[in-house]
Design a protein around this ligand. Structure first.
Ligand code: SF4
Length: 42
């Protein structure tokens, strides 16, 4: 998905999966999600 600079987000049917091996916990997806569906835990 375009919001992630590392390409760690993937739309799978009706949900989003995060590749934990690729995610750098930058928090962009957390800040940009309009419904607060993602919370980055550091
Ligand atoms: S925290 Fe950053 S790197 Fe991780 S999934 Fe969200 S946008 Fe991508």
């Amino acid at each position: 998905m375009g919001v992630c600079p590392k390409g760690a987000l993937e739309l799978v049917e009706t949900w989003v999966e995060v590749d934990e091996n690729t995610c750098i916990t930058c928090g962009i997806c957390d800040r940009i999600c309009p419904v607060g569906a993602i919370e980055v835990m550091k």
